[in-house]
Structure formats: structure tokens, C-alpha cells
Design a protein around this ligand. Structure first.
Ligand code: C2E
Ligand code: SIN
Ligand code: SIN
Ligand code: FE
Length: 362
């Protein structure tokens, strides 16, 4: 049997025929089969259309207009409500005597073309071929778009992940110098995220805070070992030099266009400010201190107290919490201290999670 090139490319597409007249269905089936189409399904009961449409997933519908139970217009209306707006699903109307008005109505409802009875085989094949060709182009286009969207989404996610990992690794750089465990940054940032969430930050801000807070002490990179790693108390001069880490860190992070680094800048600059105005570098007071920095201040000190440092041993959780409570309204934002106390079980949970196993980047 001779197959035109066109049919060869389209013969795998699925054609559905719906006509209440069974002999019409058979004639059409035979004509299409003889032309080489391989997937043809005929039906006569229009009430089954949705069921068949969903299970058979046709690429083209040959549809009769006048039928019992549900006529062709109702079928089109129903399909229109079912099929996605953007989906190109061609419908070829089978009509015996078509007046202008019903043609217009059919076109409005989504019909693409018409074929008259009695059927002329070459006309039928031409019209079916044209619609299937369009359908195939549409399907390919949709597939390409989906692949493209998928790729863009993957790239974006990968890029974001890379950025976050770099930021975290940068945060850890400082830990390699001033302590052994490597968990301070992880605990601190998770405490901060938990406290931020409980204080009413939205999820996006919480995520930014989780990452941005890892850089709070980045300025310590510039502090010499004999100060940073000094086993005992710092003298006033050394303390002065140590305090410069806030401004140095801010300088390293300033003028960023990304929200996360902007937040990291704010935190690095202001995490040693105190609620009563006695902190550094600027002696800001109360709500003049950015909220994220007030959050990090509580979490940083809690973790410093409960950790061993070259200059101090670790305090118990209870002693550390008591110290935070005693400094409420002095060092710390009293409202945040209250919230910290309320979520203390969650804080301790984080403390446990980031104390015995290796830091896992997430
Ligand atoms: P860090 O060890 O990460 O401590 C962060 C903050 O936690 C300190 O900020 C302080 O507010 C609080 N903190 C830490 N340990 C204690 C403590 O034993 N008692 C009380 N009440 N608070 C504590 P601060 O004071 O501005 O210090 C900033 C950084 O300077 C510290 O970061 C640490 O790296 C260094 N540092 C501070 N004091 C000493 C010291 O006496 N000896 C040495 N070697 N380093 C110090
Ligand atoms: C870390 O440095 O691992 C804590 C930050 C995070 O897990 O996002
Ligand atoms: C807030 O300001 O959003 C509440 C937490 C605080 O800053 O005390
Ligand atoms: Fe600091």
C-alpha cells in the first residue's frame, strides 16, 4: 500500500471518531486505515466522550453534530471545559447539510475544519492530514518548552545552591581559626532562623537570615592569631582591636545588590550593638539596632556561652539562659529574650543536632 510521506510521519497519532451513525464511523475508519493511519478509535455514544477522551488521549476528533443524548455542540462545550486552555486539540466536524449558522457556532466552540457527507476520501485525508500536522507541531513545541523550563529551573536551583554553599563555606573559614568544632556557625544560624521565625519574620526572611547570619563574624579573618586565639582575657588594647571585626566584616560585605549579602552586611555591622546603647561599633540603642542584628546578638552570645573558647570554658545551658535573661533590656531586646525563652526547647534541640555529627551543608 502506498503511504504518502505526510501520513508516514503522522500515522502514530490517535484519531477519535464520534458519530451516532455506526456505518459512518466504519466508513471513516476504513478510509483512514487504508491511508495508513494506525491508531483509530470509533464510537457512537456521545455520553462516553469524556471517559474515552481521558483514557484514549486522542490527537484529533472527528465529530458529528446531530446526535442523540448529547449533540456535537454539547460535546465541544464539555471538552472545552475539560481541556487546558493552551492545549491545541483539533476537532473536525462531520456534517451532512451544514447551514452557515451551525458552522459559525461550531467554529466558536473550537472546531477547526469541516468535512461533508458523503465523504470524499482525498478531501478527508487532506483535512485530517493538515490538522494532525498542526497537532504534531504543537505537541513538539510543548515538549520543547517543557524541557526548556525544566532546564532553566534546574540551572536556577543549582545556582542558588552554589551561592548558599559558598556563603556557608565562607562563614566556616573563620571557624577553622578560632575553634575546633566547626559547629558554632551552624548552631548560631539555626538559632537565629528559629528566633526570627518565632518573632514573626516571614519564611523568605527566615531563610535569608539562616544564610546571612553565617557571615556575622567574617571580619575576624583580619584579626591576628595572637589576639583571636589568646588563651586568657584580652587587655583593653587587644579588645579594641578585636572589636574592629564588626566594621571590618561590614566593609567586606557592603554595597551588595543581593538581599542576602545586604542582610549579612547589616548583621556583621550591628551584631555587637546592645539594647541599652553600650555596644559597638556605634552604640546604637533599642530599635535603632536592626531587628536581624538584635536576633543574632542573642543567639551569638548564647552559643558563645555554652561553647568552649580559647579564653573560657563552656557554661551549662541553664547558666547561659540565666545570663541572657539577666541581660534582657540591657544587652538584649527584651521582647526577643521573651521569645527566646518561649522557644528554648527548640533551641536546645538545635544545640543537640549540631554538636556531635559533622556539619552537613544543606
Ligand atoms: P565570641 O567568643 O564569639 O563571643 C561573642 C560574644 O559572646 C561576646 O562578644 C560576648 O558578648 C559574649 N560572650 C562570650 N563569652 C562571654 C563570657 O564569658 N561572658 C559574657 N558575659 N559574655 C560572653 P564580645 O565580648 O564583643 O567579643 C567578641 C569576640 O571577641 C568574641 O567572640 C571573642 O572572639 C573575642 N573575645 C572577647 N573576649 C575575649 C577574651 O577575653 N579573650 C579572648 N581570647 N577573646 C575574646
Ligand atoms: C551551616 O553553616 O551549616 C549552617 C547554615 C545552614 O545550614 O544553612
Ligand atoms: C519585632 O520588632 O518585630 C518584634 C521583635 C522585636 O524586635 O522585639
Ligand atoms: Fe562577633
Amino acid at each position: 500500500m502506498f503511504l504518502s510521506n505526510k501520513v508516514k510521519q503522522l500515522q502514530h497519532l490517535k484519531i477519535l471518531i464520534l458519530d451516532d451513525n455506526g456505518s459512518n464511523v466504519r466508513i471513516l475508519e476504513r478510509m483512514l486505515q487504508m491511508a495508513g493511519y494506525q491508531q483509530i478509535h470509533g464510537m457512537t455514544d456521545s455520553r462516553e466522550i469524556l471517559h474515552v477522551y481521558e483514557s484514549y488521549k486522542p490527537d484529533l476528533l472527528l465529530l458529528d453534530l446531530s446526535m442523540p443524548y448529547m449533540d456535537g455542540f454539547e460535546v465541544m462545550q464539555l471538552l472545552r471545559e475539560t481541556i487546558e486552555e493552551a492545549d491545541y486539540f483539533p476537532i473536525l466536524i462531520i456534517t451532512a447539510h451544514s447551514d452557515q449558522e451551525s458552522r459559525l457556532r461550531a467554529l466558536e466552540l473550537g472546531a477547526r475544519d469541516f468535512i461533508g457527507k458523503p465523504f470524499n476520501q482525498s478531501e478527508l485525508l487532506m483535512r485530517v492530514g493538515n490538522l494532525l500536522e498542526l497537532r504534531q507541531l504543537y505537541v513538539e513545541l510543548r515538549k520543547n518548552n517543557e524541557e526548556l523550563e525544566q532546564k532553566v529551573a534546574e540551572q536556577t536551583a543549582l545556582w542558588k545552591e552554589t551561592q548558599m554553599e559558598l556563603v556557608q563555606r565562607l562563614g566556616h573559614v573563620i571557624e577553622f581559626r578560632d575553634e575546633d568544632t566547626g559547629f558554632h556557625i551552624a548552631r548560631m544560624s539555626h538559632y537565629s532562623a528559629a528566633l526570627g521565625r518565632a518573632a514573626g519574620l516571614n519564611e523568605k526572611a527566615v531563610e535569608l537570615l539562616l544564610h546571612a547570619s553565617t557571615l556575622h563574624d567574617i571580619g575576624k579573618i583580619a584579626i591576628p592569631d595572637h589576639i583571636l586565639l589568646k588563651p586568657g582575657k584580652l587587655d583593653p588594647e587587644e579588645m579594641e582591636e578585636m572589636r574592629a571585626h564588626a566594621l571590618i566584616g561590614a566593609d567586606m560585605l557592603k554595597d551588595s545588590t543581593t538581599e542576602m549579602i545586604q542582610m549579612a552586611y547589616t548583621i556583621a555591622l550591628s551584631h555587637h550593638e546592645k539594647w541599652d546603647g553600650t555596644g559597638y561599633p556605634y552604640g546604637l540603642k533599642g530599635e535603632d539596632i536592626p531587628l536581624v542584628a538584635r536576633i543574632v546578638a542573642v543567639c551569638d552570645v548564647y552559643d558563645a556561652l555554652t561553647s568552649e573558647r580559647p579564653y573560657k570554658s563552656a557554661w551549662s545551658d541553664e547558666d547561659a539562659l540565666a545570663c541572657i535573661l539577666a541581660d534582657s533590656g540591657k544587652h538584649f531586646d527584651p521582647q526577643l529574650v521573651e521569645i527566646f525563652l518561649r522557644i528554648f526547647p527548640e533551641i536546645q534541640e538545635i544545640q543537640r543536632n549540631y554538636s556531635t555529627v559533622e556539619v552537613v551543608h544543606q
